[in-house]
Design a protein around this ligand. Structure first.
Ligand code: SF4
Length: 78
């Protein structure tokens, strides 16, 4: 039996993690939760890599950091 071609789903779409610099207050809970994804700029605020997240493990880490961010400054975006 032939399989139907796979259609792109939301799960297949590349996702990036972004920090809203106007909301970020520099608590760095994000860097504690996901050091691989969050760095600190020279003003002490969080920065993220300018690339799509690599796989479900990174997406889960980014979601976890977003859930713990006290300022709700972290978003996962297409
Ligand atoms: S936890 Fe949220 S507010 Fe704090 S540094 Fe990270 S992104 Fe910014």
């Amino acid at each position: 039996m032939k399989r139907a071609p796979r259609t792109p789903s939301e799960k297949d779409q590349p996702v990036r993690v972004k920090v809203n610099s106007e909301q970020c207050q520099g608590h760095l809970v994000c860097a504690f939760k996901a050091a691989e994804l969050f760095d600190v700029d020279d003003r002490g605020y969080a920065v993220t890599p300018d690339r799509p997240l690599a796989g479900e493990a990174e997406v889960a880490m980014a979601r976890d950091a977003a859930n713990f961010c006290p300022e709700r400054a972290i978003e996962l975006v297409p």
